[in-house]
Design a binder for this molecule. Sequence first.
Ligand code: SF4
Length: 390
Amino acid sequence: MPRPSPSSPPSVDPVRLTPRRVREIGSRLLEWYDREKRDLPWRRTSDPYAILVSEFMLQQTQVATAIPYYTRFLKEFPTVQALASAPEQEVLRLWAGLGYYSRARNLRATANRIVEAHGGKVPDSVAELLFLPGVGSYMAGAVASIAHGIVAAAVDGNVIRVLSRLFRLKKDPSGPRVRRELEDLDMALVPRDRPGDFNQAMMELGARVCAPAAPDCPACPLRTVCEAAREGNPTDYPFKPRRAETVEVEESCAMVRRGERYLVTQRPGQTGRYRSMWEFPHIEVAKGGKTARRAKQTLGTYLADQFGIEVRVEEEWAEIRHQVTHHKIRKRVFRCSVGEGEGRAENDEPKVEETPVRWLTLEEIAALPLAAPQKRILELLKDAESFFGG
Ligand code: SF4
C-alpha cells in the first residue's frame, strides 16, 4: 500500500539508488512527459471527482475505449452528489459496453461514501481513499497524487515493468511482499514537487515506450539510466520464476470387485492434497512407465502387502490421464478379481490400521468424498457394470 514515507528501505541496493540517479530519473521522465503526453480529457481537469471517475474506468480498459464513456458519464453525473443519488440502473446503463460492472457499482458506492462520510469531497489521504469501495493501493496512490498533489506511489502493471527494468529486479512481482517493495522503491523516486505528473509519466512510459514484448529503448528518455537497456535484456524483466518442469508419473490402479462391491481405501488424514478422501487403491510405478506385466505384478504385491488381499490382476481396463500441478499422471486401471472366500473376512478392518479399507457398492462409493480422477473411474465403472457380469 502506498505510504507517505517508505516503511522499509527500498529493495534496491542504495548504491544503485543515489540521490543523483533519483533526480535524473525524475527530471528525464518529466521532461519527456511535458513534451509527449497525450491530451486526455481527465488531464484537462483538476476536479478530484472527475479524476476518480477516470481511474475507475481505466482499470482493465484501454484509454481510447474509456474516453467516450468518461465524457458521457460526467455529462450525466457532473458531481459526486449527482452520482450518489442516481439509481444504480441508470449508472449501469451508462457503463454498458465497458464491462466489469462491479466497477460501476463500486464507483456509485464510493460516491455515496464520499457524500456521507467526507462531506462530498474526495479524500486526499491514501489511508482514507483505501476505505472507499473498489479502491485499492494503486488507485488510492493515483488519486491522491494526481488529484491532490500528495506524494504517493501508484504502481500498476506498467510501472512494475518500468521499475523492474530500470533496476533489473530479480524478484517475482506477483506476490504482495515484492509488490510492497516496489511501492517503496517507486515512493523513493516520486519527486516532491510533481508527484501526480511523475506517476502519470511512469504509466504512460510503460504503456507507450517500455512495452512488454518490444520496448523502444532508443526512444526512451530513461535509456541512459536503465540497467536492463544497458545489459541488452529488458524483456527478461519483470522477473518470472522458472516454472517447475513437468514430471511424468505413471500409476497402477486396482479395480477389485467381490460380488457387488468394490475395494476402496481412504487416504491418511494428516497431510497431502487428497487427505481423508477415498479412492480405488493405486500405486505409483516407476517414472516412464513399466511394462504392463511389471505394472500388474507391482499392483498385486501392493494389494497383498498393504491390505492382505490376494488378487488376480487381470487386463488393463481403462486409462485416466490428469495433471496435478506439474505432475502429468497416467493412471492405468487394472481389473482385479478375488474369490468370494478370499481376501479379508472383516472388510472394514484394515491390515494397516491407519489405512481404512471398505468393500462398497458403486452407490455407496458415490456418496464418499472422491477426487476428480476417482470420480472418473467411478463413472466408467457405472457405465460398464455389465462388463463384469453384474
Ligand atoms: S530503456 Fe528500454 S527497458 Fe529501460 S525503461 Fe526505457 S524502454 Fe524500458
